[in-house]
Design a protein around this ligand. Sequence first.
Ligand code: FAD
Length: 449
Amino acid sequence: MTKEAPVVLWFRRDLRLGDHAALLEASKHSKHVLALYVLDDALLKPSGAPRVAFLHGCLKALDEQLGGRLMLVKGDPAEEVVKAARAIGAAAVHVSSDTGPYGRRRDQEVKKALAEHDIAWTETGSSYAITPGRITKPDGDPYRVFTPFYRAWVRHGWPRPADTGASIVDWVEPPRSVKLPKSPSLKGMELPEPGEKAALDRWHEFLDGDLETYDEDRDRPDRPGTTRLSPYLRWGCVHPRTLLADLAGNEGSGAKSLRGEFAWREFHADVLWHRPETARKNYDSRFDAMEHESDDEAFKRWCEGRTGFPIVDAGMRQLLAEGWMHNRVRMIVASFLVKDLHLPWWLGARYFMNHLVDGDLASNQLNWQWVAGSGTDAAPYFRIFNPTTQGEKFDPSGEYVRRYVPELRSVQGKAAHKPQGVKDYPAPMVDHAHERQVALERYGAIKGP
Ligand code: FAD
């Protein structure tokens, strides 16, 4: 292959130019690179409005970085990628590996279609510091428990960030391009600024401010103590390796704790890589026998944040207002759906995927399974969150609840977690102590040896 034959860089979950291993690899093969993105309905249709709107913003930002040279096409990737590559006489298509179930299937088809035209396919790097599937136990089995995975992940280490940027190659003028469709309506929802620059700005702001107190504050939904990087990591506006490199050598409690959270993201992706069916099915098949309710009205009240449990309602309304919810509250609302309302985890997981700007199949489905007790390394089913005491503990002044539940604004301090007879605010829809008992009985019925 001569360095003059152009190549295609097909962007998917790597919408950035910095620290881009696939771009670096492409640049070694050719100076002339066509930047391509395929609008694929198979992925876009099931995504909720916040995620699609954020993606559109990231594509616009990437196009600007490329001086308007992002080729945008719409359709089946197995046809569109081949057409784009042939239109410029490309020798190869370069990508970052997509390790999710759909991405893997799609890429097999695209690779096959390219091979029919003698166009090479090269995968370099992924959306993770260590590509899912790489870390296994010494006997080759995947890890099922987080802590040993984490130790192995740290021991393995990760490559240095790739030194890349817009000027590393000459971007080929797209032979054609479609216009980005109109973004879906967000009904007043405000999303973070999209794109690579915004991601890095947010990260640097966090490093200068909240990193030090991250470990203490990360469980406090009333404080802005976390990175808010999840949507950027979802679309690859920043690579986790860049973030880990900035934390290197920092053994402070904040940096240590944050490394652990990045590792959870990698752990869930690893689990999904080994067991793709767990996106839909219980990881622990004993849970297939769990008795669930089917109660549309209860589900609706949960979705709308009208359960009468203030921390649950605040979380669900934060999701509707911002397309994001604090991690501690995600755990509380998920536990409430599964263990107080006895609804199946996948119902809540689907709703989250529709509303989260950071909706990510691996992190979402496996966190839901973790809460439901059916996942790997699951929180034991019998550990059932009490939504009121959780609220009092993690939102001690009631500030978070009052921020998202206007009906409770007149209730002072901690009392916001136990409102009594507040106008327009519903009474608790269930008796938690009773439902806890029901959950334990149902669990007892399926629990094997
Ligand atoms: P920070 O606390 O700043 O953490 C930094 C990064 O670490 C996050 O951006 C994220 O990439 C990763 N991370 C942190 N906690 C977790 C975790 N428990 N599991 C996996 N990765 C983690 N995260 C998603 O990115 N997408 C989802 O669809 C998603 N669904 C979830 C569903 C449930 C029921 C639960 C309990 C958690 C879910 N999470 C999901 C994990 C977590 O809530 C979010 O990653 C986090 O709240 C994002 O905010 P942040 O970027 O400020 O996090």
